[in-house]
Design a binder for this molecule. Structure first.
Ligand SMILES: Nc1ncnc2c1ncn2[C@@H]1O[C@H](COP(=O)(O)OP(=O)(O)O)[C@@H](O)[C@H]1O
Ligand SMILES: O=P(O)(O)O[C@H]1O[C@H](CO)[C@@H](O[C@H]2O[C@H](CO)[C@@H](O)[C@H](O)[C@H]2O)[C@H](O)[C@H]1O
Length: 442
């Protein structure tokens, strides 16, 4: 399975015609975990609707697009029922948004009617022979469940689909092929460390944003454990990750090798651009989070130390690599979510970068696991870090340059301070302590 995900079978957008439904969405969306502009009091506005069709006709299926105050486009699928819907995937008080003129409006991701409509509309590469599971239950929706947690998008597991899949509904839409389809499609042709995309839906919406992808159905990794939950659990119990961290380091190096092969970049080193991006981000973080101000001089010192570094060539990278983006299963580690950082612009998300940026992201994540797991062993993070680096270097054969890694870790920690300030203010101390530790070590 190769090539790029097609953008030619594109669904069209029409203007929304029901102001009551739009008003409901304008109130409901900002209360959701995936809403990206929670601190902005301005309401999103409607930028259109895409119609899908439930083959069983149980509901009207509408994908609403909302325009956010910063110009981004947000996807909110809903279903409209003339009588209360019987079989939702989440409790009614969570799934039902409200009623408008006697019509019940339901969160699409919780409704089998939306899932049926999505599967019927999706296109994708021809199925690989032998991929359907003859033992699979007859309905693709049997056992379906919405993934709960700290996610930027909404995913629904479909273990009854043949082959078993997981549907990811992108919340903030980007123009052009979505990297979370494009990259796994390219890598899965020859590397089994990513779940293969099975099908997707493309749509066009108001300029300057469309066309782009609305979502993707990918192969489900069976018996998988979320990397962050696994690491928090180890930290809580005071057991070291050991081989898990070494293997994760090796998987990270294999991912970078696969990215270089599948998506080669002609440009070599890009020192000015990389250093400029570090400075821009530090400046932005200092402006957004006042607690960083006393650290300004220390931040400047770490960034200045990158001026005379001989940086390795840039390449396509994961871009938002942390423990929540990897799954551990009996087959080893699998890497998910190549969409890049949700706070970055579309251009930034696909820009070739230093592979070490991903390693820095994963190192930062051990701090989070120790903090969230309330780990008490002061050696836990240090040992996980050393094991990850060892696994990585064993595959690349090159020692990691410490000043570059430190600057990239600081960069990620500053991104995290801003991310937490906007999304989970109670967690700001986690990356802030990371910033302090990096500055002390410099
Ligand atoms: N292919 C898959 N197989 C099994 N579980 C998956 C798969 N893809 C995602 N998940 C689960 O869904 C969660 C969210 O997926 P992710 O791609 O990270 O979404 P988001 O962009 O919303 O963060 C993951 O943490 C994992 O628990
Ligand atoms: O939603 P995404 O997975 O695309 O990424 C964003 O949200 C993440 C939180 O879920 C955030 O990650 C930060 O918190 C994690 C624990 O919840 C931790 O493992 C990461 O190390 C930490 O960066 C990520 O930064 C953000 O882009």
């Amino acid at each position: 399975m190769t090539g790029t995900p097609t953008l030619d079978d594109v669904r069209r957008t029409r203007p929304a015609q029901d102001p009551g439904v739009v008003r409901l969405l304008q109130e409901w969306a900002p209360t959701r975990r995936w809403y990206p502009a929670k601190t902005d009091p301005r309401r999103p506005t409607s930028s259109g609707v895409i119609d899908l069709t439930d083959p069983q006709g149980a509901a009207t299926v509408q994908v609403h697009l909302l325009s956010l105050p910063d110009g981004a486009t947000l996807q909110v699928p809903v279903t409209l029922h003339t009588s209360p819907p019987p079989d939702l995937l989440t409790p009614h008080d969570v799934a039902v948004l409200g009623t408008v003129d006697g019509t019940t409006v339901v969160d699409g991701c919780s409704d089998p009617a939306f899932l049926r409509a999505w599967l019927a509309a999706a296109t994708g590469p021809a199925p690989t022979p032998g991929t359907s599971d003859p033992a699979a239950p007859s309905s693709p929706l049997s056992g379906a469940r919405v993934v709960s947690g700290e996610q930027s998008n909404t995913s629904v597991m479909l273990p009854g689909h043949s082959p078993p899949g997981i549907l990811k509904v992108f919340r903030v839409l980007g123009s052009g092929p979505n990297p979370d389809i494009e990259i796994p499609l390219a890598l899965s042709a020859f590397w089994d460390g990513v779940p293969a995309p099975l099908s997707w839906i493309a749509a066009d919406w108001a300029a300057p944003h469309g066309p782009g992808h609305l979502g993707v159905l990918s192969r489900l990794v069976p018996d998988a454990h979320d990397g962050f939950a696994l690491a928090c659990d180890h930290a809580r119990r005071g057991t070291h990750l050991d081989d898990l961290a070494v293997d994760l380091g090796a998987t990270t190096a294999h991912m970078h090798r696969a990215l270089r092969t599948a998506l080669p970049v002609t440009r070599g080193s890009d020192h000015p651009q990389v250093v400029a991006a570090l400075r821009t981000r530090a400046q932005n973080a200092l402006e957004v989070v006042p607690e960083l101000e006393p650290r300004r001089a220390g931040i400047e010192r770490v960034l200045s130390a990158t001026a005379d570094l001989d940086l390795p060539p840039v390449q396509r990278v994961h871009g938002d690599y942390h423990l929540g983006q990897v799954l551990h299963s009996p087959g080893g580690w699998t890497v998910l979510d190549f969409e890049g950082e949700p706070q970055a612009s579309p251009a930034e998300r696909t820009r070739p970068d230093l592979a070490l940026r991903d390693l820095a992201g994963m190192l930062r994540s051990f701090d989070y696991a120790q903090a969230v797991g309330e780990g008490q062993d002061p050696t836990w993070v240090g040992r996980a870090r050393a094991d990850l680096l060892r696994g990585y270097q064993d595959v690349t054969g090159d020692p990691v340059e410490p000043r570059t890694l430190r600057a990239l870790e600081l960069d990620k920690a500053l991104y995290e301070v801003v991310y937490e300030a906007r999304n989970r203010p109670a967690w700001v101390p986690i990356p802030l302590q990371g910033v302090d530790r990096i500055l002390e070590a410099a």
